[in-house]
Design a protein around this ligand. Structure first.
Ligand code: UGA
Length: 406
């Protein structure tokens, strides 16, 4: 859910209040999903509707285009989070509030840090307070970025290959002039507020730290449904579909652990099913077995794309400096591997899909969604008179920046 909206703020009244039920835990009757139109929200809402057949979902976002599901038990609410009365109404009705709203796109952290801090911290404080006041269970999606550049033990010893664990690993960000960490700092402070509300003011909460969830509908393709630099999966798909270079930031030796969105959403649903086990907990959700370099991801994606579209130009990988790509103030996580021992223990959750297993469905979705538009535009460009600069690269992206939603 992007905080930017052209809609005028207006009071929003919602009907119906779910009754407090004696004896917990009962299955939730009503969910509020904030950021329901983003990548994860658009996968989570159908899963909640399927798993909880008696529950209603209030799906809130400024743009709900990605949320293709329609159901009588789904209320689609096009609104910003700061719409007067909205948080009050949602927390009055819902048993469980899932908060996904974020500006979570690294290209923004050092270019629009004030908006990033507001979207990930300031604007969420009223929601946290309202959940505390009404004792609503807040399931908040934080981020693996809170761990910082690499795993550091609680005693301060750097162990680059150590897995990151929720209650043991120290959170070590870069210096302040490395504005990349503005996002992680905002997310960490909100985690600390939520934790304190839980310890000292009675907020039922669960904090989730996602580790590089990928899948269909992630982010945007520049020039089609967003502007700027999306996260790495969409950036590489954009390059493949337009015949541009796959750009490896500082060579692409940095590593990430990728988990498939369906498996991630399954873990979220399991959390909601287990209030006793999960309230008051911080949970890493990711797949430690899928730790690979960004260069390896580029190669794997290019291979799958080639198998789907052998007629398209062969992919080219090109090194680019972080400064050239993201601007000054960018910094990076070197290795980011979750420990999921706690998630496995509390949820019985073990993600199984390898990266080669998840890529075909992802590539097919991007190709079906975007390739016809891209090809129509390229054709129109070829047919256009020579006022278009000859030799212009086939990339469609603008140079501005655009927001992503979790
Ligand atoms: C981002 C967010 O900051 C996290 O909050 C979020 O949890 C995470 O995405 C996620 O997807 O779950 P990050 O992994 O750094 O973190 O974001 P990406 O934009 O996906 O970048 C991954 C790596 O690929 C970075 O090292 C980046 O420099 C590199 N990259 C990105 C490229 O080499 N080329 C590109 O075109 C784009």
């Amino acid at each position: 859910m992007s905080p930017a909206s052209s809609r005028a703020a207006r009071p929003l009244r919602l009907a119906g209040v779910s009754r407090p039920r004696p004896g917990a835990p009962a299955a939730p009757r009503r969910f509020a999903v904030l950021g329901a139109g983003g990548f994860i929200g658009s996968h989570l809402v159908p899963a909640l509707l399927a798993r909880f057949p008696d529950a209603t979902v209030d799906a809130v976002d400024v743009n709900l285009d990605k949320l293709e599901v329609r159901a009588a038990r789904l209320e689609r609410i096009h609104a910003r989070l700061d719409t007067p009365g909205l948080v009050d109404d949602l927390t009055r009705r819902a048993d469980v509030v899932v908060s996904l709203t974020a500006l979570c796109n690294p290209a923004l952290y050092n270019t629009r840090p004030l908006e990033v801090i507001d979207a990930n911290y300031t604007e969420l404080i009223p929601l946290v307070k309202a959940c505390t006041a009404r004792r609503r269970w807040l399931v908040h999606l934080s981020t693996c970025e809170v761990y910082g550049r690499t795993a550091v033990s609680g005693h301060g010893r750097v162990r680059p290959t150590e897995r990151m664990s929720e209650d043991g690993t120290a959170l070590c960000l870069g210096p302040v002039h490395k504005e990349r960490w503005s996002y992680a700092a905002a997310k960490q402070l909100l985690e600390r507020v939520i934790w304190a509300e839980g310890q000292h003011a009675g907020l039922p909460f669960t904090l989730v730290r996602p580790f590089n969830v990928i899948g269909p509908r992630m982010d945007f393709v520049p020039g089609i449904d967003g502007e700027g630099i999306p996260r790495v999966l969409a950036s590489f798909m954009h390059a493949l579909m337009t015949g541009g270079d796959l750009l490896l930031v500082d060579g692409g030796a940095q590593r990430r652990s990728f988990v498939y969105v369906d498996e991630f959403v399954d873990a979220l649903v399991r959390i909601v099913e287990r209030p006793r086990a999960c309230q008051g907990q911080i949970l890493n959700l990711g797949n430690p077995r899928n730790d690979l370099t960004i260069r390896a991801l580029a190669r794997a994606l290019a291979e799958v794309y080639r198998s789907r579209r052998p007629d398209r130009p062969a992919a080219r990988l090109r090194r680019v400096s972080a400064r050239e790509y993201y601007g000054a103030g960018y910094d990076d996580s070197v290795v980011r591997i979750p420990s999921i021992a706690k998630a496995t223990r509390l949820l019985g959750w073990r993600p199984r899909l390898s990266v080669p297993e998840m890529l075909p469905a992802i590539v097919d979705d991007y190709v079906a969604r975007y390739q016809p538009i891209i090809e129509a535009r390229l054709e129109a460009r070829l047919e256009a008179p020579l006022r278009d600069a000859p030799g212009a690269p086939a990339r469609l992206g603008a140079t501005g920046t655009g927001g992503g939603a979790a």
